[in-house]
Design a protein around this ligand. Structure first.
Ligand code: IPD
Length: 274
C-alpha cells in the first residue's frame, strides 16, 4: 500500500541524512580505516561497514518483513537475491575511492524495490550537500527542486560519463579502453565521477548527456536509475531492452536516440550476475 511507501520514503530520507553526517565526519579525518576486497583497487573502509550496519539495523527494525541487499553484506558472502518482496538496495558509500582520497563525489545510495521495480531512490552527497530524490511517477528532485535532463540526441555533441571500476584483469581493462576510445572518437568528452550513483544524478540534472558502465552492481545504480528516469532520461540494458538491475551493465542518456547511438558505438559483454 502507498502508505507503506510514504513511510518508507520518510525513513529513507532521514537515514540518508543521518548516514551523511557519519560519512562527512569520517571524510574529514585523515585515517579512513582502509582495507581492500577483490583487488588492490577495490576499497572498503570502516565507515562503509558502519553505515551499512546502521542502515540495515534501522530499516529491519522499522520494516521487519522487507528484504535487504547491501554492498558490504554481499562482500561478506551473502548472496544478493532480488525477489518480489520489498527490497532495500543500499550502497553505504558509493565512491569509496573518492572518499579515501578526499575527492568530494561521495554519497549514500538508497533504493527500495517492490516487485522488482524501483519505487524510491535517494542519493545523498553530504560533502557537497546534494540530496537527489525520486519516487516512481513523481519526478526527480535535487534538494527539493525539480530536475530535468538535457535533450541531446547526437553523440558527436555529447559529454559522456563512464567509469574504470575496480576490476584490473587485462581483458576487462582492454574492453573498457576500447569502448572509451570508440566513444571519445565521436563525443565532446568523457568524464569519470568515481561514483556510478552520482554519474546517474549528473545525467538526471543535465550535467552530462549520457552514462554507460559495465561491472557495476545493483546497489550502485538502483536509486540513480530511478532518479535519472524520473528526470526524463532514457535508461536501458546496454544492448537495448529494460535495465536489468542484476546484470551489472547499464546505459542512460538524455534521449532514447542518444542511448541507442551509444549502444551501437560500444562493444558489449556479459558479466556474472549479482
Ligand atoms: C563503485 C563506484 C564506481 C564504479 C564501480 C563501483 P563503490 O562503487 O560506483 O563509480 O565504477 O564499479 O564499484 O565501490 O565506490 O561503492
Amino acid at each position: 500500500p502507498d502508505s507503506e511507501l510514504d513511510a518508507s520514503y520518510k525513513v529513507a530520507l532521514e537515514l540518508a541524512h543521518s548516514a551523511g553526517q557519519v560519512i562527512k565526519e569520517a571524510f574529514q579525518r585523515k585515517d579512513k580505516g582502509l582495507s581492500t576486497k577483490s583487488t588492490s583497487a577495490d576499497l572498503v573502509t570502516v565507515t562503509d561497514r558502519k553505515v551499512e550496519d546502521m542502515a540495515f539495523t534501522l530499516l529491519r527494525e522499522k520494516f521487519p518483513h522487507h528484504s535487504f541487499i547491501g554492498e558490504e553484506t554481499a562482500a561478506a558472502g551473502v548472496r544478493s537475491e532480488l525477489t518480489d518482496n520489498p527490497t532495500w538496495m543500499i550502497d553505504p558509500i558509493d565512491g569509496t575511492t573518492n572518499f579515501v582520497h578526499g575527492f568530494p563525489f561521495v554519497c549514500i545510495s538508497i533504493a527500495l524495490c517492490v516487485k522488482k521495480q524501483v519505487e524510491i531512490g535517494i542519493i545523498h552527497n553530504p560533502i557537497l550537500n546534494e540530496t537527489y530524490t525520486a519516487r516512481r511517477g513523481q519526478g526527480a528532485y535535487l534538494n527539493g527542486e525539480r530536475i530535468q535532463t538535457g535533450s541531446q540526441d547526437d553523440l558527436s555533441k555529447s559529454l559522456v560519463l563512464t567509469e574504470f571500476g575496480a576490476h584490473r584483469e587485462e581483458a576487462f581493462l582492454s574492453f573498457k579502453f576500447k569502448n572509451m576510445r570508440s566513444v571519445i572518437n565521436k563525443a565532446h568528452g568523457i568524464r569519470c565521477t568515481g561514483s556510478a550513483a552520482l554519474a546517474l544524478c549528473q545525467l538526471a540534472k543535465g550535467g552530462a548527456d549520457a552514462y554507460f558502465e559495465f561491472g557495476i552492481h545493483c546497489w550502485d545504480i538502483a536509486a540513480g536509475d530511478l532518479i535519472a528516469r524520473e528526470a526524463g532520461a532514457f535508461t536501458m540494458d546496454t544492448q537495448g531492452g529494460p535495465v536489468d538491475l542484476m546484470s551489472r551493465r547499464i546505459i542512460g542518456a538524455a534521449t532514447e536516440k542518444l542511448a541507442r547511438e551509444l549502444s551501437s558505438t560500444i562493444d558489449h559483454t556479459e558479466l556474472e550476475r549479482d
